[in-house]
Design a protein around this ligand. Structure first.
Ligand code: SF4
Length: 372
């Protein structure tokens, strides 16, 4: 699978600490650099058959459709696209105007992940989003009108009250969205939101409310025919994100663009420098500014557990037995038994799973199993 990080945004959302720039001055140089990175690194992915390609960011919908197509064409020079390839574009509602969507619907992009976050003006203002509640709704209808029906929307819970949250979810149902990714509003250091909370301009998100909203969402969306297939992700049958599912199953991927991560499917992970100017400079000088991490067997097991326990598929015990040395397995089983006794993990046909009623605590449960 391939990932492209497009590091530009119109404005800075109050809660966001991703890598991006709000100046588009370097956009042309950036696109040239990403093309050059594809030329120089395509061989790192040994399987040339590609089933998913994902344009994320940042805000890749700030690119023109020609720039998007050029990235797809460049990738197709080196890879053989599966006949059912999933090509996702992350998009913000304010970019999805009719002329963009018309061109996009003919570009090869066949899935949109729209940064809706909320259908309510007060939430959007708190988040400092660039779109209005009207644009949140209209962008979805317009995309559907142009035949782009494989749509995921992002929704953030924990930013307002339960009645508003219920209406947000109901709106997604009314709009016939087949995939929802939903995350709790979190307060990251050095964000505007962190400062507003510190200055008592707004209240910090309440974890109890978030907990209630999470379980309400899970129950409500299941009643509406969604499958809760990963802690933060819900899909109608046939609309799972192929890209994220492959990532959760430990498939290798190659990431291009500043701050993009790559993984060889085994013990090597690398990530490009999170600085637009230095990323471009490196490629102009035929060097890649990146860091690399060699994952020890314990790191690999921790990751397998961390990711697997967040999904309905769970963690394959047979894989643990066939991949890791006996002493590592024993250390892991010792920790695992205490979680089983507490009822926080069950073994179901050879797969370790967290019962859904404890999913809100999944990251904490998984980290208690980490080997150090
Ligand atoms: S659009 Fe996305 S990446 Fe850009 S600032 Fe907002 S949340 Fe962050």
């Amino acid at each position: 699978m391939l990932y492209f990080h497009i590091p530009f945004c119109k404005q800075k959302c109050s809660y966001c600490n991703f890598h991006f720039s709000t100046s588009l001055n370097l956009k042309d140089d950036m696109m040239k650099a990403i093309h050059k990175e594809i030329d120089s690194r395509h061989h790192e992915l040994t399987d040339k058959h590609i089933k998913t390609l994902y344009l994320g960011g940042g805000t890749p919908s700030l690119l023109s459709v020609d720039e998007i197509k050029a990235l797809l064409d460049k990738s197709a020079q080196y890879y053989d696209f599966d006949s059912e390839i999933e090509i996702t574009l992350e998009a913000n509602p304010d970019d999805l105007n009719a002329s963009f969507l018309k061109e996009l619907s003919k570009s090869g992009v066949n899935r949109l992940s729209i940064g809706t976050q909320s259908f309510f003006e007060d939430d959007l203002k708190l988040m400092n989003r660039a779109h209005t509640s009207g644009e949140a709704e209209d962008s979805i209808k317009r995309a559907q009108d142009f035949g782009l029906e494989n749509i995921s929307i992002d929704l953030i819970y924990g930013s307002s009250s339960m009645p508003i949250w219920k209406e947000n979810l109901q709106k997604a149902i009314t709009l016939q969205i087949p995939h929802i990714s939903s995350y709790a509003l979190t307060v990251e250091p050095k964000t505007a939101l962190a400062k507003w909370i510190k200055d008592k301009v707004v209240k910090a998100p309440n974890e109890e409310v978030q907990n209630e909203e999470f379980y309400y969402m899970s129950e409500f969306l299941k009643e509406q025919g969604f499958i809760h297939y990963e802690i933060s992700n819900f899909a109608k049958e046939g609309f799972y994100s192929k890209h994220n599912s492959a990532y959760w199953k430990g498939q290798p991927y190659l990431g291009f663009g500043p701050s993009a991560h790559s993984y060889n499917g085994g013990n090597i992970r690398s990530w490009n420098i999170a600085n637009n100017a230095l990323y471009i400079k490196g490629l102009v000088e035929n060097t890649r500014n990146f860091e690399e991490e060699l994952l020890s067997p314990k790191d690999q097991l921790n990751e397998l557990v961390m990711i697997g326990l967040r999904t309905i598929w769970g963690v394959d015990m047979a894989k643990i037995q066939s991949t890791f040395e006996k002493d590592i397995q024993e250390e892991f089983l010792y920790l695992l038994n205490s979680k089983k006794e507490e009822g926080l993990i069950v073994e179901d046909s050879g797969y370790l799973k967290i019962p859904e009623k404890h999913w809100f605590l999944a990251d904490g449960i998984a980290s208690d199993l980490f080997l150090v």
